[in-house]
Design a binder for this molecule. Structure first.
Ligand code: ATP
Length: 288
């Protein structure tokens, strides 16, 4: 698996799960871990998004290793793993940043393996980024309007008016209704996160992949954002959330997949994840 001479083991609470100082993870342990999880045999229709045996290699490094899981329609799935576990790489394989080296990705029953990013957005898959850069010379509402997909809105009568109306509704939806005319630089961090969510919602997704929404938020803000995400799910969206804030994440999600060294370590309800000894070890000191 990984031969990464990584120096990314800087998070002391997750040092056990990084690849630092490890040339090869223990294969037999991996096999034992897999034995503890539910069956890894998924069919294309087992969820809105289904990964089957997805592997991604960068040269000699295997960042994602034969990973299979399904995201069920209407759920909030937590996608958890220590630093360097392969979470972003998995997201990148799904959202068309690059194709997987092996394995297949099905979206809404169709094989979308290797589909480019704009094609995945068109199919209804949106993504937020942890480090996002809105256009600073545009207002909040303009940033949202620019993310709208015109082919879903175009009408001969009022193309521009329609866009603005829709952007306004989305700003209100994410709690930015009273800050639409501000510049992004005037928003606090939690406001920027709401703007990033708004930009993703502007593509009219069915499935939203959200990268570390709780990073940098206070306890109260975590609760507010969790409330917003729960509302979005209740309105019909399917959500996959990645975050290191295990406590915040476990109180939000319906189910979690935990990965380590690019492979599945555990899956289950928040209660099952909290009680899982392998997860406890991977997050030694993480306060589950
Ligand atoms: N483009 C790339 N080229 C080479 N190696 C990469 C590339 N992208 C990621 N990696 C490596 O793949 C492994 C998995 O990285 P990835 O970013 O997917 O982990 P992660 O779980 O998202 O980590 P974090 O929580 O720190 O963001 C790491 O060892 C990383 O250094």
């Amino acid at each position: 698996m990984s031969t990464e001479p990584s120096a990314d083991a800087t998070n002391e609470s997750e040092t056990n799960g990084t690849r630092t100082n490890e040339s090869e993870p223990d294969r037999s342990t991996t096999a034992e871990r897999e034995g503890e999880t539910t069956s890894d045999a998924y069919g294309p229709d087992d969820g809105l998004l289904v990964l089957q045996n997805v592997t991604k290699r960068f040269g000699g490094l295997t960042a994602v290793d034969d990973l299979s899981f399904a995201v069920e329609e209407g759920e909030i799935l937590g996608f958890i793993g220590p630093n360097g576990a392969g979470k972003s790489t998995t997201f990148n394989c799904v959202t068309g940043v690059y194709p997987p080296t092996a394995g297949t990705v099905h979206y809404d029953g169709e094989d979308v393996t290797g589909t480019a990013a704009h094609g995945m957005v068109k199919r209804g898959l949106a993504r937020t980024f942890q480090s996002f850069r809105p256009l600073e010379d545009r207002s909040v509402i303009d940033n949202v309007a620019l993310a709208l997909t015109p082919d879903k809105l175009f009408s001969l009568s009022g193309f521009r008016g329609g866009l603005r109306e829709r952007a306004r509704a989305i700003c209100k939806r994410v709690g930015l209704g009273d800050r639409m005319e501000l510049s992004p630089s005037e928003l606090p961090h939690a406001g920027l996160l709401r703007l990033e969510l708004a930009r993703a919602l502007a593509t009219d997704p069915d499935l939203l992949l959200i990268d570390e929404p709780f990073a940098g938020l206070s306890g109260g803000e975590v609760e507010d954002v969790s409330g917003l995400l729960t509302d979005l799910r209740d309105e019909g969206l399917t959500l996959v959330v990645v975050d290191h804030n295990m406590r915040g994440l476990l109180s939000l999600i319906d189910r979690a997949i935990v990965i380590r060294f690019g492979s599945k370590l555990a899956s289950g309800t928040p209660e099952e994840i909290r009680a899982n000894e392998e997860v406890q070890k991977a997050y030694l000191g993480g306060g589950l």
